[in-house]
Design a binder for this molecule. Structure first.
Ligand code: PA5
Ligand code: MN
Length: 193
């Protein structure tokens, strides 16, 4: 069976696609163990389980040949020195890539491979980041008051593997130190034996 082509619109501002099949929201409690400063994390969580990011998905069958795409919005803020960010993941099917097109805001795409290579690319309006096969990816919002908004697209059979990075942590993290944004080694990284 073949589908008919379709068109959708991404309004500015707002960015919710005119066709949205799924709206995912992720809160502070969903990122337990992922921020460096666990004490500040617990204190913040006691006060409010704030929303860190949301994703508007256009669903398609998760099979080879299809593509999944949508909009992700990371809100501004920090846990201690560390900026709000997505969980981050490898693709379950490691040999699949992803493309991001930044529509608004500022931030970074933090990436690494199972072999230990790392890369951090800046996100700014109209920048396009290609995440090659094998590279785990996490999006970080470094704007003061502005959401970071990206269009993403990837093969529909890629799947997500969150477990590896939940267990070991990303090798690089993005923090603010002395009013400067810095890329530093994650002090809480667990070493693979
Ligand atoms: O497809 C992607 O990689 C993105 O749309 C992410 O899923 C999105 O940014 C949310 O991040 P995560 O899936 O790591 O929670
Ligand atoms: Mn992905």
């Amino acid at each position: 069976m073949t589908d008919k082509p379709f068109t959708l619109r991404i309004p500015f501002p707002g960015f919710q696609p005119s066709r949205t099949d799924n709206h995912i929201t992720r809160h502070l409690s969903d990122l337990e163990g992922r921020f460096m400063d666990t004490e500040t994390y617990e204190q913040m969580l006691e006060e409010e389980d704030v929303m860190l990011y949301e994703v508007y998905e256009v669903r398609r069958p998760e099979i080879a040949g299809e593509m999944l795409f949508g909009i992700d919005i990371i809100h501004p803020g920090k846990v201690g020195d560390e900026f709000f960010m997505t969980k981050g993941h490898y693709h379950e099917m490691l040999e699949t890539s992803e493309l991001y097109y930044c529509l608004q805001g500022e931030g970074f795409m933090v990436m690494e491979t199972p072999e230990g290579d790392t890369a951090v690319e800046k996100l700014f309006p109209n920048s396009v980041i290609y995440v090659p096969p094998r590279w785990a990816h996490r999006t970080v919002c470094t704007g003061q008051n502005e959401d970071l908004v990206n269009f993403y697209i990837y093969p529909a059979n890629a799947g997500q593997n969150y477990g590896t990075l939940e267990q070991f942590g990303f090798r690089k993290i993005i923090v603010e130190r002395n009013n400067r944004i810095e890329i530093i080694d994650n002090p809480n990284i667990k070493h693979r034996s």
